[in-house]
Design a protein around this ligand. Structure first.
Ligand code: DAH
Length: 349
């Protein structure tokens, strides 16, 4: 037995030394400790011994078994480490290689302008509302007190979708004002929202594109009056153009959905053919506004005796052109990357 054990250990050390993979070590392990393994066989002989002898030999054999297991484990650890070294060497990343240049995108002036407008009204407590680009007649016209013969309803001004079986006809919304209607019908006052979004009209020249953007505003509560409207819009214009000296003028006007209505002009100078914002004797129209018409409130289920407020609407492209000196509206939608690189904004600026 003593000899057997010595031989076993010599054999094991040799076998492990030449086992050069995890699999080869497993073969050695089975040969030593498997069901018919060398050590297992020796362990089986214990049964034939006297109790005293069995205790002694058993102890020895168990000690040998622990040694065998430890030798195998040591060999496995060495092999795993070697395998890892090989992998690390093979998968080495050359961090000295210069990075490939990433093409850098930029933010379109329309997106940037909407973000700026939203942030400024956000400070004044407005939240954002949305509505669909494809509107029905009720939200786009009727509820806004636009009668059937209103010019905006003419075929040549509005993109109509084909008539449906029930005779109704959807339109690509001609303004963001329908979002006022949707908001008032969906939530109880007080309301204080802006609604930026796409709008569509059958128009195309230097200053018109068939698709453009507007921001609508709506404030409804029990006591908001025209003074609040003037203060809010003036505050916005000064903040947006980053100048407290840009003159702001409210010029009486007409919109079916407001009464009284006004157009808002900002002061500029056109001397020498160049347009400059500021006090200069000339005026430039930038938005429409007014006190929400009682008929509009009624169409939204609000009692005009109790609720009142103001609304406004402005063109986003026009705001962007004025602030950033972009001369031609049509270039906004030509998707020329050179234009974007020039007039676009870097994300974190
Ligand atoms: N919807 C108008 C347009 O497209 C703009 C407008 C004017 C909106 C006055 C308003 C408003 O809310 O009060 O020309």
């Amino acid at each position: 037995m003593e000899e057997d054990l010595q031989e076993l250990e010599i054999w094991l050390r040799d076998a492990l030394a030449i086992a050069d993979s995890v699999l080869a070590v497993e073969v050695v392990r089975i040969e030593a400790l498997g069901k018919k393994g060398r050590l297992t066989t020796l362990l089986k002989t214990l049964g034939r011994l006297s109790p005293a002898e069995r205790a002694r030999q058993g102890e020895t054999l168990n000690a040998v078994k622990q040694t065998v297991l430890a030798l195998i484990e040591t060999r496995l650890a060495a092999l795993r480490e070697a395998e890892m070294e090989v992998r690390l060497a093979a998968e080495r990343v050359d961090i000295t290689l210069p990075a490939r240049p990433e093409p850098e995108g930029c933010i379109h002036p329309v997106s940037r302008t909407i973000d700026t407008v939203a942030a400024l009204f956000g400070v004044m407590g407005f939240s954002i509302a949305e509505g669909p680009d494809i509107e029905d007649d009720f939200h786009n016209f009727t509820a806004l007190n636009m009668p059937l013969d209103h010019p905006a309803r003419q075929m040549h001004d509005t993109f109509y979708l084909p008539k449906r079986a029930d005779g109704s006809q959807f339109v690509l919304r001609t303004h963001t004002s329908p979002v006022q209607i949707r908001t008032m019908r969906a939530q109880k006052p007080p309301i204080r929202i802006i609604a930026p979004g796409r709008t569509y009209r059958c128009d195309s020249d230097m200053t018109h594109t068939p698709m453009f953007h507007q921001v609508e505003g709506l404030v409804i509560d029990e006591s908001t009056h025209f003074g609040h409207l003037k203060g809010c819009i003036t505050e916005f214009i000064h903040a947006y153009f980053e100048s407290d000296t840009v003159p702001v003028r409210f010029r009486p006007s007409f919109f079916p959905f407001t009464e009284p209505s006004a157009e808002v002009d900002i002061g500029c100078s056109r001397r020498g053919g160049e347009m400059k914002l500021g006090p200069g004797g000339d005026w430039l129209e930038i938005m429409g506004c007014g006190m929400v018409h009682p008929r509009v409130l009624t169409a939204c289920g609000l009692d005009p005796e109790r609720w009142q407020g103001f609304a406004f609407g402005m063109g986003v492209e026009r705001l962007a052109m004025l602030k950033h000196g972009i001369p031609d509206l049509r270039t906004f939608y030509e998707s020329d990357v050179r234009w974007l690189r020039h007039y676009g904004f870097r994300p974190f600026e």
